[in-house]
Ligand binder design. Structure first.
Ligand code: ADP
Length: 569
């Protein structure tokens, strides 16, 4: 008798890879190790890009910003327990920032974890992830991998985007099933972020409020940048004639040099406006919760808010015209409703903001031109500002204290989604993860402007940048410490808590892995080094010596430090 042909088999490893690929996901950011080492190897063999980091938090940050840049969930792959926890920090941060991301972690055997019998890297990861992200799922059967991945993608992308945890126990990967049945079990997610049209009444209400305004203002947030509705948003600003202020990651959605940009007159714009249209920006601490002296007389500001998340409305103050829906649809509906006869805002308001903006720009200008050594922040950032102007399609990654606050104000952006920074939590540690993903996802050159303290959180990833030969130029603003590096320990025993080894040479770290290091002490040298590095397209690190006496503690947010209730005598 003839021997029947063996049925073709597939396994959990391949089903995970096939499910991701079927959904257009081409890149995995992660750190290999038990039980996911082979998954990474096989994904690479199957043509996926697998970018291996030195620490999961940076792989997670890379995945998060890949999600922001592409609207597809960025994938972070980690081992169990500690690797999972490291990635979880980035997942929580992605969720807070409304970036779509999926953290996939291998985990130990349920039977042992649930009886707490002490497995290798035992941890109930699903339970721990749940409160820290938008959704969390576990797949136990190979036949459910397709559905599990589909649920994760939909949860990450639809509505308000966020982070999703996908728990894959080690045993799942080795399970086998019939290959054809396996292929059939996969799900291609159709329309992962369906349009959500605003109600016509909500649009009519918003337009009525806008029409009544004498001093209207638009605030663009990173939700507006994420939405990729760039042309509609520009059209809304220009058709309405309403000045706008961009939140930091919305800079460049319209060029910062646009005549209606009130970015350089931000305080006046917030304080004196009477009607504010928020587009993808929350009234959280970054906007003083919509109240207090930043917003002028109590009750003097009416808010209209466009957001996909209904519960965002009235979170801090009353929203007189909530517009719930996706930004592209809402902005288009407002534009349609404005029609032909739209009245531009009173010219005295536009004039007030223009005058204030020009005065602020003129006041800043001389500070940006000094070539003195040691450099202060303004002079160094003045040099980088010119470089970004000449290279508007480069991506700027920015973190630090003074380095962040001052760069945000000084460096103009010209194109959407080119400025990536510390986001909603105002954290440090995103630098190298964001830089890697920005280069991988966009193929554009990346300029990373880093405080020396901020750089320390992810600095080891310069090896990753060198290994993949990415076009990343890191500038470390080196002022010898956290904030200023000028403190001393009053006991005389140790260095002060905020001080690093003086005159450190971060450029040597880059050289250690084959990249190019520069050590600069003047704005002219800084300009030459960064231009040379960015022209070469090779990994580079510029150690830029900054006067430790320049800047202020915690930059703009020093007032968030708690002060003792005891009055100083
Ligand atoms: P910023 O920090 O720049 O002020 P936030 O992160 O506070 O911005 O706000 C972004 C907002 O954008 C979130 O409330 C989120 O729900 C919303 N959002 C994100 N994507 C969309 C979208 N496609 N349509 C509508 N709202 C969105």
């Amino acid at each position: 008798p003839e021997v029947e042909a063996e049925p073709e088999l597939t396994d959990g490893f391949h089903l995970v890879i096939d499910a991701l690929k079927l959904n257009g996901i081409e890149t995995i950011y992660g750190v290999p190790g038990i039980p996911i080492t082979d998954l990474g190897r096989m994904a690479q063999a199957e043509g996926m890009r697998v970018i291996s980091f030195r620490h999961e938090q940076h792989a997670g940050n890379a995945a998060a910003i890949a999600g922001f840049l592409t609207q597809k969930p960025g994938i972070c792959l980690t081992v169990s327990a500690p690797g999972f926890l490291n990635g979880l920090t980035a997942l929580a941060n992605a969720t807070t920032n409304c970036f779509p991301m999926i953290l996939i972690s291998g985990s130990s055997e349920r039977e042992i974890v649930d009886l707490q019998q002490g497995d290798y890297e035992e941890m109930d990861q699903l339970a721990i992830a749940k409160p820290l992200c938008k959704a969390a799922f576990r797949v136990l059967h190979a036949a459910d991998i397709g559905i599990g991945v589909a649920r994760a993608i939909r949860a990450a992308c639809s509505g308000r985007p966020g982070g999703v945890y996908l728990d894959l126990p080690a045993k799942l990967f080795s399970q086998v099933m019939d290959a054809e049945a396996g292929q059939k079990s996969l799900v291609k997610v159709i329309d992962p972020a369906p349009a959500q049209h605003p109600a016509p009444e909500a649009i009519a209400r918003a337009l009525d409020v806008l029409k009544s305004a004498k001093r209207p203002l638009i605030v663009l947030g990173k939700g507006a940048a994420y939405a990729q509705a760039d042309a509609a948003i520009r059209s809304l600003v220009e058709t309405s004639g309403i000045p706008y202020v961009p939140m930091s990651m919305a800079k460049g959605l319209l060029p910062d040099t646009h005549p209606l940009s009130a970015g350089a007159a931000r305080s006046t714009a917030l304080k004196d406006s009477d009607v504010v249209l928020l587009i993808g920006a929350r009234l959280n601490w970054l906007l003083s919760h919509g109240k207090g002296k930043s917003w002028g007389e109590p009750g003097s500001t009416k808010f209209i808010q466009i957001d996909i998340e209904p519960r965002e409305m009235d979170s801090n103050v009353e929203i007189v015209a909530p517009v719930v829906g996706d930004i592209a649809s809402c902005v288009q509906a407002l534009l349609d409703g404005m029609g032909q006869g739209w009245q531009q805002p009173p010219s005295d308001w536009i004039e007030t903001l223009r005058t204030k903006r020009e005065a602020n720009v003129a006041k800043m200008a001389p500070k940006l031109m000094s070539n003195a050594s040691p450099m202060n922040f303004h002079a160094a950032l003045g040099a980088l500002r010119t470089i970004v102007k000449e290279r508007p399609d480069a991506i700027l990654v920015n973190e630090g204290a003074n380095t962040l606050d001052l760069a945000r104000g000084i460096i103009d952006m010209y194109q959407p989604r080119k400025r990536l920074d510390v986001g909603t939590w105002g954290i440090m540690g995103i630098g190298m993860g964001f830089a890697v993903a920005a280069a991988v996802e966009t193929g554009k050159p990346v300029l990373c402007v880093e405080g020396d303290s901020a750089f320390g959180f992810s600095g080891m990833e310069v090896e990753t940048i060198c290994r993949y030969g990415l076009p990343v130029c890191i500038v470390v603003f080196n002022n010898n410490g956290i904030y200023r590096g000028t403190d001393t320990d009053p006991t005389g025993r140790d260095p002060a808590t905020t001080v690093f080894v003086p005159d450190s040479r971060y450029d040597k770290m880059m050289e250690a892995f084959g990249g190019v290091g520069y050590h600069v002490t003047t704005p002219d040298e800084l300009t030459r080094a960064v231009n040379e590095a960015m022209n070469s397209g090779r990994p580079a690190l510029v150690n830029a010596v900054i006067d430790p006496a320049a800047g202020s503690e915690s930059g703009n947010i020093g007032s968030l430090n708690p002060q003792s209730g005891i009055k100083k005598k």
